[in-house]
Design a protein around this ligand. Structure first.
Ligand SMILES: [Ca+2]
Ligand SMILES: [Ca+2]
Ligand SMILES: [Ca+2]
Length: 235
């Protein structure tokens, strides 16, 4: 009797130790897998930005400037009257995507693998360019092209943010970004002028800036875990 009780107690402690070890192992595995997935997403975001950089570079070589950061500017450049969208949200990335989809000047410049992948393309603010302006023919979009104003999405489902640096300098940048969680964040020219400059040289990235708000979903204008088209500044 005494022996059996002693044995039972021992078994319980043993069991708790085993459970403890299992929990510890599960924790270690979960953390390392989380790290692996996090790294994989980060690498994918970096690869997408590299593709966009190369696409924008080709566009820039023919059009003489980086894609405009809003539709009226693109309209002016492409001589499409009243090219506009109706919600003032995701303006930068939408204008960039539309500019790169144009077949004019040797386009389209947008990587069709990127554009054709529905997991990397979205229309979070659910808008279209106004059909009556005949933008489709003026921009020479492919015949089967949708009128949707698409965003290119990062691996966490948030749109990449695009600004044209000439527009940052001119103070005309004003954008709202729709995040995957339904929140909206605001981007002003003043923010960009302050936060996109190199902290010591005061230089802006290039003729444009593309960045992802990163895994934390918080826009840090290229700081923190944001993934950027320019070399990240040292803290
Ligand atoms: Ca929009
Ligand atoms: Ca849109
Ligand atoms: Ca971030």
């Amino acid at each position: 009797m005494h022996n059996r009780r002693h044995n039972r107690g021992f078994t319980l402690i043993e069991l708790m130790i085993v459970i403890g070890i299992i929990l510890l192992l599960v924790g270690v595995i979960a953390v390392s897998f989380g790290g692996v997935f996090g790294k994989r997403d980060e690498a994918r975001a970096t690869a997408t930005i590299e593709t966009l950089k190369s696409n924008i570079g080709s566009y820039e070589a023919r059009w003489g400037q980086a894609p405009p950061g809003d539709l009226p500017q693109l309209g002016q450049l492409a001589r499409v009257l009243n090219l506009m969208e109706n919600n003032d949200t995701n303006r930068g990335i939408e204008a960039m995507v539309l500019a790169l989809r144009s077949r004019r000047e040797g386009g389209p410049y947008l990587d069709m693998n990127l554009y054709g992948d529905s997991s990397r393309r979205g229309n979070l603010d659910n808008d279209t360019f106004l059909a009556e302006v005949m933008a489709s023919s003026a921009l020479d979009l492919p015949d089967d092209a949708s009128n949707d104003l698409f965003e290119i999405l990062d691996p966490w489902g948030n749109p990449f943010i695009y600004v044209n640096i000439a527009e940052v300098r001119a103070g005309t940048v004003h954008d709202k970004i729709t995040l995957a969680n339904g929140e909206t964040i605001e981007i002003t020219a003043q923010d960009c002028q302050e936060k996109l400059r190199h902290p010591t040289t005061g230089e802006f990235p290039q003729s444009f800036a593309v960045w992802s708000v990163g895994e934390n979903g918080i826009n840090e204008f290229g700081g923190g875990d944001d993934i950027t088209s320019w070399p990240k500044y040292e803290k």
